[in-house]
Design a protein around this ligand. Structure first.
Ligand SMILES: [Ca+2]
Length: 500
């Protein structure tokens, strides 16, 4: 009996592996050099490079399961030098592939995000996007490397990852997902727009898909010393905004549910005489007004880039601390748009400078194409999220993109099964902040893709000192979370998603 049972088990069990990890070193893939193929024992991964120096070495990865680690260099153009790693769990693979995105100018493999994916049972892949280091200087005189960063490395790694998965496990992934925020959000949008067949589902958080908002804020606050706003005043301004707008959503909870409804005039904080820690000088009032106002073309008066909203004040240091604009954006204009490392942001003209940025060779990073028909046609799902207190990427920029897609694709009824936007009151850039900011993005997307269960709400939590102190539903835009009128305002169960 026992031998019969064993035989049956062998016959019905699918082969776990089609190849050993080490044997994948001799795989042949186009434009690809395989530089490593080895099994990393459970808990033994050590992050190469700077991460170790920052203390992100062995301890951060000691809970990782055993996986097959494959490193390659891709050369789709003569100037390309794209590093990619594939991590394939050697047991309990969930038969899915999760590609993970980058932050800022990338220049590094996203090891922590890969680790999260492998812990969840996914095969995963990440790229450094074709250069080393977090500056945009690589793009100067290297148009092919700029293309690698903008979209080619992500697409190429995904195509190769599907091949590697098949070679190792003997079957293609049942589902393939993208998970990224900031630059990773932009990469996700670019994939949906340009390579619609790469993914079944895409998570695009706070997509940095096109902006000069950072230069607008720099011009408003940093150009004239009189307009500088000391960081010590951010909390004071924030409290004034909350006093004016917190209750507009029906609940006094320290959060502004819909900042577009908040019309706070900083003139209310004007110092009666001189300057002081709890008031703003006249030039500071004007600077704050400009932060809350969209960037406009000085010649035509046309709005060009959406503004930061009231409620973002605690994060203004990102763009307004000075003495220069945030490096991510400054680098873009130095190395990509003006191709001059000594270019001075103070000379930027919001008419000709923006037009220059829109020239095709300078706009390769933009991910603004609203035509997602090919992605929707194969039932791809795009889950976009963005914190309302984000100061790196304007939340309204994402709202604008979402609306453009909905309009282009025939209205909400026709698009809500393929694209949904979730806005998080009080959440910062990709996470953190005063509002609920931890939520199961991947699980929500998977239910949508695999069970056709579109996310009607996603419960998010906020923690302090390691304990959850508030939960709240995130709602598909344009719905917002409304208090039902009774029960704790810290319990998601007492809120419903409704149209404002
Ligand atoms: Ca509120």
């Amino acid at each position: 009996m026992r031998s019969t049972f064993s035989l049956v088990a062998v016959l019905i069990a699918p082969p776990m592996f089609a190849a050993t990890c080490e044997s994948l070193a001799s795989s042949t893939l186009p434009d690809t050099t395989i530089t490593m193929a080895q099994v990393i024992a459970a808990g033994q991964f050590v992050q190469p490079g700077a991460g170790q120096a920052k203390g992100k070495g062995a301890t951060a990865y000691k809970d990782l399961p055993e996986f097959c680690r494959i490193a390659v260099t891709l050369k789709p153009s003569s100037d390309s030098d794209i590093k990619v790693e594939f991590w394939l769990p050697t047991s309990n693979w969930n038969r899915k592939l999760q590609a993970v995105g980058n932050g800022g100018w990338a220049g590094v493999i996203s090891y922590p995000a890969m680790a999260d994916a492998v812990r969840g049972g996914y095969a995963t892949v990440s790229t450094d996007t074709g250069h080393v280091g977090g500056s945009g200087s690589f793009a100067l005189d290297h148009p092919e490397k700029l293309i690698d960063f903008s979209w080619r490395s992500e697409h190429e790694m995904t195509v190769k990852a599907k091949e590697i998965v098949k070679a190792f496990y003997g079957s293609a992934p049942r589902f393939t997902y993208w998970n990224g925020c900031s630059t990773g959000g932009r990469q996700g949008l670019k994939e949906a727009q340009k390579f619609p067949d790469d993914f079944d589902g895409i998570i695009a958080g706070a997509p940095a898909n096109r902006t000069a908002m950072a230069l607008w804020v720099a011009h408003a606050v940093l150009k004239d010393p009189a307009s500088n706003i000391p960081a010590s005043k951010y909390p004071m301004i924030h409290q004034a905004v909350l006093a004016a707008c917190d209750a507009l959503d029906g609940v006094k909870d320290g959060l502004i549910g819909d900042p577009t409804k908040c019309h706070f005039d900083p003139k209310a904080l004007l110092c009666s005489a001189g300057d002081g820690p709890s008031c703003l000088t006249a030039p500071q009032v004007e600077a704050v007004r400009k932060i809350y106002s969209p960037a406009v073309n000085p010649r035509t008066g046309q709005e060009m880039f959406p503004n930061l909203v009231p409620g973002t004040e605690l994060g203004w240091g990102v763009l307004a601390a000075g003495p220069d604009p945030s490096a991510n954006i400054y680098d873009h204009y130095k190395y990509v748009v003006f191709k001059d490392p000594s270019w001075d942001w103070k000379t930027f003209d919001f008419d000709s400078g923006v037009a220059r940025g829109e020239r095709p060779e300078n706009a390769v990073m933009n991910a603004t194409d609203p035509n997602l028909k090919p992605f929707f046609s194969h039932n791809g799902k795009l889950l976009i999220y963005h914190g309302w207190a984000d100061t790196n990427v304007a939340t309204l920029n994402t709202v604008k993109y979402y609306k453009t897609v909905v309009d282009t694709m025939g209205g909400e009824a026709k698009t809500s099964n393929n694209i949904r936007l979730f806005l998080e009151p009080g959440m910062g850039h990709c996470g953190g902040g005063e509002g609920p900011n931890v939520f199961d993005k991947v699980g929500s997307l998977e239910q949508w893709v695999e069970q056709n269960k579109a996310p009607e709400k996603i419960v998010a939590s906020h923690s302090a000192n390691g304990a959850v102190d508030r939960t709240r539903p995130l709602c598909p835009y344009p719905q917002v979370a409304k208090y039902n009128g009774s029960g704790s305002i810290d319990d998601a169960a007492n809120f419903s998603c409704r149209l404002p």
